[in-house]
Design a protein around this ligand. Structure first.
Ligand code: SF4
Ligand code: SF4
Length: 330
């Protein structure tokens, strides 16, 4: 049985957070929300955690990796700019996988943002919500998908290597110059990717100015994404010594889709509260149970992905236990 603490107030959670057992340089994992999203995790909650860490004599940065899709968080420069626009400018922001998401360290076969190695402990702050491909977005998704480098994210999202949409490709050749595998050639004024040479690094996706390189988003089932995300969460957890990660799930502004959706979303239910645990499976299971309890069957109706399978995959990837003891701090 893993302890999962519950409160409606971040202060009560922080009063029960054993920060002294964490290392000196703390990574605080945050999803800053895509441009247009205003239901991402509250900057006030993140700031409270950050200031508490500093008050214990430790250093901390807000950490994240760049996105696979083309948006405002595809490059570190734009990502940090957007994070500041969303109210997270109070702390250092460290995008772990380099300007174009190209820098990674391989851990248990997973390509994790390289900068993770700078930190000796981590607090994972997660806005809990639905997710169109994984069923729900909790702590497992936040670190598994979130801290994968761009190549890792491509692996988790698609079975098929990228292709070029010749209708929008201008033949500018930028992708050719940025492909280390010489997998791209221009034929009759259009780029062509040789899948025999392509290693799926996804650099071409990041640098193409016309969004001409396509990802086969529908080549994976929800179950495949859940399994691969759990594999990557295992890679992230393995970057730290035992008991050096704490998870905080914020069950507020719960929406149908992920904060990667670049548009305003209406919450589908009333706020529930905040959870904290040292076990990533226990906290996601407790979050799922609470959200189900408070929403009737509404949360399970928002997408047709089997949400319990994400918990099952996490257990099979040795991430923790789904059995928990809920401790109400209020
Ligand atoms: S960078 Fe984009 S537009 Fe330019 S050649 Fe490559 S695919 Fe075509
Ligand atoms: S994914 Fe990487 S290896 Fe494949 S074509 Fe694009 S840049 Fe080249």
């Amino acid at each position: 049985m893993e302890d999962v603490y519950f409160s409606k107030k971040i202060k009560s959670i922080l009063d029960n957070l054993d920060l002294m057992s964490l290392g000196k340089n703390v990574a605080i994992k945050v999803h800053f929300g895509e441009k247009g999203c205003d239901t991402h995790i509250s900057p006030e909650v993140v700031k409270a955690v950050y200031e508490k860490v500093l008050s214990c004599g430790k250093t901390a940065s807000l950490v994240e990796c760049n996105t696979l899709y083309k948006g405002e968080r595809t490059t570190s420069t734009n990502h940090i700019k957007l994070a500041k626009e969303h109210g997270f400018g109070f702390a250092p922001i460290d995008i772990l996988d380099g300007e174009y998401g190209q820098d990674y360290v391989e851990i248990n076969g997973c390509k994790i943002g390289k900068g993770i190695k700078k930190y000796d402990s981590m607090i994972v702050l997660t806005h809990f919500k639905g997710h169109i491909m994984a069923g729900f977005g909790g702590a497992i998704k936040n670190i598994g998908m979130g801290l994968g480098s761009r190549a890792g994210k491509l692996y988790m999202h698609a079975n098929i290597k990228p292709t070029v949409n010749s209708e929008v490709c201008t033949g500018c050749g930028i992708c050719v110059k940025n492909c280390n595998e010489n997998a791209i050639t221009i034929i009759d004024g259009k780029a062509y990717i040789d899948h025999e040479k392509c290693v799926g690094c996804a650099m071409c996706i990041a640098v193409c100015p016309n969004e001409s390189i396509e990802i086969a988003w529908d080549s994976h089932t929800g179950e495949e994404i859940q399994e691969k995300t759990s594999q990557y969460a295992n890679g992230v957890v393995s970057a730290f010594k035992k008991n050096q990660i704490v998870y905080v799930n914020v069950l507020e502004n719960i929406t149908t889709d992920c904060d990667c959706l670049g548009e305003k979303q209406e919450p589908i239910m009333k706020d529930v509260g905040i959870l904290m645990s040292k076990d990533i499976v226990a906290i996601d299971k407790a979050s799922l149970d609470l959200v189900r309890k408070h929403s009737g069957d509404e949360f399970d109706q928002i997408n047709l992905i089997n949400k319990d399978n994400q918990i099952k995959c996490a257990i099979e990837n040795n991430l923790g236990s789904s059995k928990y003891n809920l401790i109400d701090l209020d």
